[in-house]
Design a protein around this ligand. Structure first.
Ligand code: NAP
Length: 340
């Protein structure tokens, strides 16, 4: 059952979430949902950051829609679980029943059934559940890496599209601004941008609070050449602070925030005919398009496609290549697994 009839799963209001796979589907026993950051931020605000209310909110949403598709932000997240059954026609490769896997397609198109919410981690947006999910034959997935803690891999795979796109967009010698530089996608993006721009380029990070551990790592490990503490929603404050560290406007601006209202700052930080990559799910298409028009800025704006070829491996490899990032992700996203 699908509502409205004829809609494809992402666009549908409601999916049939009966946990029985067809021949070309895979059934997964779901352990954890990684709710995407813009969505979790919105839900947490609506529920006064109360774990029980957040859990009930997510259950109610899944009951109503058959998937975790936040009607306010339009975004979802991804899941980790164990393979329970593989349809005869599902292209599972080497994946076998009992294997741990992560979905690489959005929860907004994944039929999901939740029996219980067991845990809500308000700090990271991770939600423990007892439930089932269906993966379609076209659904991307990744086997969980043996050398990276599960919760770290989950946090990384959720934002895998960003580092892969940064590698494509950034050229040697470029000036790059990363907004929301101290979040998951921001950190991975800064590491790749710094690597791509080389000695003649410059990477500037924008964070709301420069005293966080992640902000300090960005500076200490040289992932940014400069860090600016400013609320990216406050365009005038951004314009006042940025000239100190950004002598020329950016060739590429990467927006990794989890709140709305940062489109114009992103556009104004890009040079004429520069590129703005909106990875953030809190981006408004109209605010970006009309904002650029309003300030007469001819920039290329790129929607943050969650998928890029090889994105999962690129994202995970970032942690292997950058031990300080791997250690930070472990402390923040898998404290229990990281403990000796
Ligand atoms: P995250 O780890 O929560 O990071 C978001 C960052 O934005 C945080 O460092 C946050 O700082 C910062 N921030 C918040 N408000 C800000 C402001 N006013 N000014 C400057 N920085 C601000 O999020 P993430 O998981 O990396 O995800 C980033 C975005 O990508 C979210 O919108 C998420 O929904 C989206 N996303 C997109 C895709 C895709 O396929 N395109 C996939 C997954 C996620 P504080 O922590 O200090 O508040």
């Amino acid at each position: 059952m699908l509502e409205p009839r004829g809609a494809l799963p992402q666009a549908a209001w409601r999916l049939d979430n009966t946990p029985v796979p067809s021949a070309d589907e895979l059934l997964c026993d779901v352990e954890t949902l990684n709710i995407d950051s813009a969505s979790f931020h919105q839900i947490a605000e609506a529920c006064a950051h109360d774990p029980e209310r957040i859990g009930e909110h997510i259950r109610a949403n899944v009951r109503e829609r058959g998937k975790q598709h936040n009607p306010v932000t339009g975004s979802g997240g991804m899941f980790v679980g164990r393979v329970e059954a593989i349809g005869a026609e599902f292209p599972s490769g080497t994946l076998a029943v009992g294997d741990r896997m992560a979905s690489l397609v959005s929860l907004t198109l994944t039929p999901l059934w939740i029996d219980a919410v067991t845990h809500v981690d308000v700090a990271t947006g991770r939600v423990g559940v007892r439930g089932k999910a269906i993966l379609f034959a076209s659904g991307l997935f990744a086997a969980m890496p043996a050398d990276i803690p599960t919760d770290v891999a989950l946090a990384t795979l959720d934002v895998a599209g960003a580092p892969a796109q940064v590698r494509r967009l950034v050229r040697p010698g470029d000036t790059v601004v990363v907004i929301g530089a101290d979040g998951k996608s921001g950190l991975l993006s800064c590491a790749h941008a710094r690597d791509r721009v080389g000695p003649s380029g410059r990477v500037v990070g924008i964070v709301p609070d420069a005293r966080t551990e992640a902000a300090r790592i960005l500076v200490a490990e040289g992932y940014v050449d400069a860090l600016v503490e400013v609320d990216a929603r406050d365009v005038l404050a951004v314009l006042a602070k940025i000239p100190d560290v950004l002598p020329v406007l950016a060739d590429v601006v990467i927006n990794c925030v989890n709140v709305g209202g940062t489109e114009l700052a992103s556009i104004l930080l890009a040079r004429d005919e520069g590129t703005v990559y909106f990875f953030s799910m809190a981006t408004s298409f109209t605010a970006a398009a009309l904002g650029a028009e309003g300030v007469g800025k001819d920039v290329t704006m790129i929607v943050g496609n969650g998928y890029a070829k090889g994105h999962a491996e690129i994202a995970l490899q970032t942690l292997r290549d950058h031990p300080p990032l791997a250690a930070y992700f472990a402390r923040r996203y898998a404290p229990a697994e990281a403990a000796p």
